[in-house]
Design a protein around this ligand. Structure first.
Ligand SMILES: Cc1cc2nc3c(=O)[nH]c(=O)nc-3n(C[C@H](O)[C@H](O)[C@H](O)COP(=O)(O)OP(=O)(O)OC[C@H]3O[C@@H](n4cnc5c(N)ncnc54)[C@H](O)[C@@H]3O)c2cc1C
Length: 277
C-alpha cells in the first residue's frame, strides 16, 4: 500500500509480477490466492479542487469526491456517491450510474507505461472509453492520477441529486456492508442485465454459501463462507438461464483475480472467454 506517488512508481518500476487494485469492489479474489504482488492504492488519497478543475490520485474514493465537489458547487460526480470505487478503479471500469460516467469530465490521465516504465499523459480520447471499458483494461498502463473539469451548479441542486441517487440505491441494491461486488454482468446493448436475469428466474438461485440478491437479480451475495468457486458456479448458472430463455450471452462485469482451481478454470473459460471481444 504505497503512501506517495513516488513510492507507487518505484514499486511499479521494481516489481515484475503485480496487480494494481483500488477498493476491490469490482473483483472476485480467488480463494486460492494470487502468486504475485498486489498493490493497493487506497493510501494514495491526495486531491485538489482549483476553480472547476479537480486533480485526484488513483486511490481517492468516489463518495468522498462526490461530497467535496458538491460542497464546492461542482456538478459531474453525483453518480459516485453510492458505490465504493476509487478513481483508479472507476477509470479502469469507466464506472457510471444515473446517466453519468467517470469519463464525461476527464481532461487528462497521468499513467505509468508498464513496458517503457515511463510516466505519460493521456487525453480523454487516448483513454479509449466506452461502456464499462477503458484503455487501462488492455493491461499496458496503470493510472497514477487524473484531472477533471466539472461544471458550476447551485449547491442545493447538486445535493438534491445526490440524495435522490442514494435513495434509489437503497431501494434496490444491497447495502455496502453486505458482501457483494456490484453488478455481476454488463448490460447488453439497449437492455438491462438485471431485467433479463429477473425474467429468467435467477432470483431463486442459491447454494449454501451464495445467493442472488432478492431485490435485484444482477447482484450476488456472499452469505459468509463463499469461495470464489461458489461465486463462479452461480454466475455460470445465471448466464445459462439467460442464454436459454433469450439466446443472449451476458458478459461478466466483475473481474476474477488470482490463481484458479481446475473447476474454476473451466467455469472461467465458459463465463469470460466466450464473451470477450
Ligand atoms: C454495492 C455496489 C454498487 C456498485 N454500483 C456500481 C455502479 O452503479 N456503477 C458502476 O460502474 N460500478 C458499480 N460498482 C462496481 C465498482 O464499485 C466499480 O466498478 C468501481 O469502479 C471499482 O473501483 P475499485 O476501486 O473498487 O476497483 P477494484 O475492484 O479494486 O479494481 C477494478 C479494476 O480496476 C483496476 N484498477 C484499479 N486501480 C487501478 C489503477 N490505479 N490503474 C489501473 N487499473 C486499476 C483493477 O486492476 C481491476 O481490474 C458497485 C459495486 C458495489 C459493491
Amino acid at each position: 500500500m504505497p503512501e506517495s506517488q513516488a513510492e507507487f512508481t518505484e514499486l511499479l518500476r521494481d516489481l515484475k509480477n503485480y496487480i494494481v487494485l483500488g477498493n476491490c469492489s469490482n473483483v472476485i479474489i480467488s480463494s486460492k490466492g494470487y502468486s504475485g504482488n498486489i498493490i493497493l492504492t487506497t493510501e494514495l488519497k491526495e486531491f485538489e479542487i482549483r476553480g472547476t478543475k479537480v486533480f485526484a490520485s488513483c486511490g481517492v474514493k468516489g463518495p468522498l469526491l462526490a461530497q467535496k465537489t458538491s460542497d464546492a458547487g461542482l456538478s459531474g460526480f453525483e453518480f459516485m456517491i453510492g458505490f465504493p470505487g476509487t478513481v483508479g478503479g472507476n477509470i479502469c471500469m469507466n464506472a457510471g450510474a444515473h446517466g453519468q460516467s467517470i469519463c464525461d469530465n476527464i481532461t487528462s490521465c497521468c499513467v505509468f507505461n508498464k513496458k517503457t516504465k515511463e510516466i505519460e499523459y493521456k487525453t480523454k480520447e487516448e483513454m479509449d472509453f466506452s461502456y464499462r471499458h477503458s484503455l487501462l483494461q488492455e493491461g499496458g498502463y496503470v493510472l497514477l492520477y487524473a484531472e477533471f473539469d466539472l461544471k458550476k451548479s447551485p449547491v442545493e441542486e447538486i445535493k438534491s441529486l445526490i440524495e435522490r441517487n442514494l435513495e434509489f440505491r437503497k431501494s434496490i441494491q444491497p447495502s455496502l456492508s453486505t458482501p457483494n461486488a456490484g453488478s455481476v454482468f454488463k448490460n447488453p446493448e439497449n437492455d438491462s442485465a438485471g431485467r433479463l436475469l429477473d425474467k429468467a428466474g435467477v432470483k431463486e438461485f442459491a447454494s449454501d454459501n451464495v445467493k442472488v440478491w432478492n431485490n435485484h437479480a444482477n447482484f450476488i451475495i456472499n452469505m459468509g463462507e463463499a469461495t470464489s468457486e461458489d461465486v463462479l458456479e452461480l454466475m455460470a448458472r445465471m448466464q445459462n438461464a439467460v442464454k436459454e430463455k433469450f439466446t443472449i450471452t451476458l458478459t461478466p462485469e466483475v473481474i476474477f483475480i488470482g490463481d484458479k482451481t481446475k473447476k474454476e478454470e473451466e467455469l472461467w473459460n465458459m463465463l469470460y472467454k466466450k464473451t470477450q471481444k
